[in-house]
Design a protein around this ligand. Structure first.
Ligand code: ADP
Ligand code: ADP
Ligand code: ZN
Length: 216
């Protein structure tokens, strides 16, 4: 299975990707996570990306396309993958099409997780994740079952993203509306796009996605 999870910052792409990848045993390809790893490791791309990410703008297309191209060559992508946060511009979508032909991968679905802007600030302000395994949580909507202990790995350290503040989120929303949303017709015209209500509870969103995936 090969999917794109599409939607604004904080809509639940990472949360749903985590659940789907566990269920189907496929790879979770988050360009945001890969870029944050590159920043921590101090690689050339990381150095280029750091300030841009802190400002809530988009990293140049060639950098993210290069990262995804390399990632596709790793063995775990053979079983399938969920793209989370890529593509984010029309140019990235066009490059992705070329890569898919080259690697002989076919896209099954593009799932659009729809959430109103007003809710996204609250989602992002309460977001934190496990420092050990990256599992995502929320102060109000998704606390670990045991206080301060990760459900997935038992880790006890958690982190918050530097760009998860209200001002940066507004900029990220702006980038989404101007640069990423224009991609919707690109996939809709090919019959790949399926919208889901991202304002429902986490498990209800998962159920709606599973319903869509079982149709094909
Ligand atoms: P994205 O990857 O699209 O930026 P996340 O999956 O990280 O979004 O979700 C943002 C925050 O909102 C996280 O703290 C997550 O736990 C929480 N969240 C995700 N989906 C829902 C939902 N359906 N209802 C309430 N909170 C949610
Ligand atoms: P969110 O979970 O809020 O949607 P991500 O973790 O996907 O955010 O991305 C964080 C930041 O990394 C973005 O604000 C952007 O600066 C950069 N980024 C991630 N993916 C891409 C991409 N496909 N193209 C350009 N920049 C990206
Ligand atoms: Zn963990």
């Amino acid at each position: 299975m090969r999917l794109i999870l599409f939607g604004p910052p904080g809509c639940g792409k990472g949360t749903q990707a985590e659940l789907l990848c566990r269920e189907f045993g496929i790879a979770h390809l988050s360009t945001g996570n890969m870029l944050r790893d590159a920043v921590s490791a101090g690689t050339e791309i990381g150095l280029r990306a750091q300030e841009i990410m802190e400002a809530g703008a988009l990293v140049p297309d060639d950098a993210v396309v290069g990262i995804i191209s390399d990632r596709f060559d790793q063995k775990d992508c053979g079983k399938g993958f969920v793209l989370d946060g890529f593509p984010r511009t029309v140019a990235q979508a066009e490059s992705l099409d070329e890569l898919l032909v080259e690697k002989r991968f076919e896209l099954d679905r593009v799932i659009e997780i729809k959430v109103a802007d007003e809710l996204l600030i609250e989602r992002i302000s309460g977001r934190f994740s496990c420092s050990e395994c990256g599992a995502g949580y929320h102060d109000r909507f998704r606390l670990p079952k045991r206080a301060n202990t990760c459900d997935t790995c038992g880790g006890t350290g958690f982190t918050r993203r530097k760009d998860d503040n209200e001002m940066t989120v507004r900029q990220r929303l702006n980038s989404y509306h101007t640069q990423t949303e224009p991609l919707l017709p690109y996939y809709n015209n090919r019959g790949l796009l399926a919208p889901v209500d991202g304002m429902a509870k986490i498990e209800d969103v998962t159920a709606e996605i599973q319903e869509i995936l079982s149709v094909r």
